[in-house]
Design a protein around this ligand. Sequence first.
Ligand SMILES: Cc1ncc(COP(=O)(O)O)c(C=O)c1O
Length: 322
Amino acid sequence: MTIMHEVQMKSPLHHLPRLSAMLDREIWIKRDDANGDLLTAGNKKRKLQYLLADAIQKGADTVITTGGPNSNHARATAAMAIQRGLKPVLVLGGHKPESKKGNHLLNHFMGVEVVFSGASTHEEMEQALNEHAEKVKEEGLRPYVIGVGGSNGLGSLGFVDAYFELKEQAAEKKVQFDWLFVSAGSGGTIAGLIYGCCQHKDSTRIVGVSPWLKTAEIKVKMEACLQEAASLKGDCRNLSLDGLPVYIHDEYVGAGYGCPTDGGMEALHLLASKEAILLDHVYTAKAMAGCIDYIRKGKVRPGEKVLFWHTGGTPGLFAVSG
Ligand SMILES: Cc1ncc(COP(=O)(O)O)c(C=O)c1O
């Protein structure tokens, strides 16, 4: 089966010399925050290169998706839909914010049709999304529906490719990673990386840090993406996370989704002050807090090499104050 997708420019891979010196471990970063402009950059771009190619192949004229009120995925979907001549419609959870900040402001600049459904869980958001898609069809449009985070097997293929990209860059730079840390929200990003890692028979340990859901909930989503991505690749094995060197943590969430934590804010300040790299408080700062915690607790041993996968989310940072 030929799966249509666009080819992504490589995102930079580089060493973090000052952070490494401070934490006494060799730390590298994969810059998916730098894989586009502020409207398109981030991990979602890789999934959308598969999902939007599918939408176009299926003759859609509208792309409709969901997420939280300040969703990075929804903003990136809107931007990439516009660039491909498709009409974006966002059915976001929660309620209309009082002022336009962060991704909400960017959606406003793009003139995107945004509906706030009041939904709070992924399931409620997807229900509101599907209901709205029916209305859009009644208006005579041909919507392509993308669920929370663009996390399904097709979207995850973008991260199977991303792992291959990493391998090539790591070989050029003569580095092999013992650990890979990444934010794990709706699970599609980490599932693709895990499948890529298995394809290479690499022993890299992959650590996913939750911004919201419980570990068990994320694992269910990850396994669904893993299984679906594998079958799209013609791999009929019954895949499970059991026995793989994969660790999912929900203890860095703090008070809840989008609520800054002390560890996350420390990570954000450290990356900005030592390396002039911005993390976001919702996803990447908490993932980096997990990475720093592993290092400080000695779980990452001296001499081991660490990769932090920066998944973007920078515009979301501008919805909070310092
Ligand atoms: C900046 C950022 N990082 C990480 C994630 C988590 O990725 P995934 O939903 O594929 O697990 C998201 C998802 O919304 C995100 O916006």
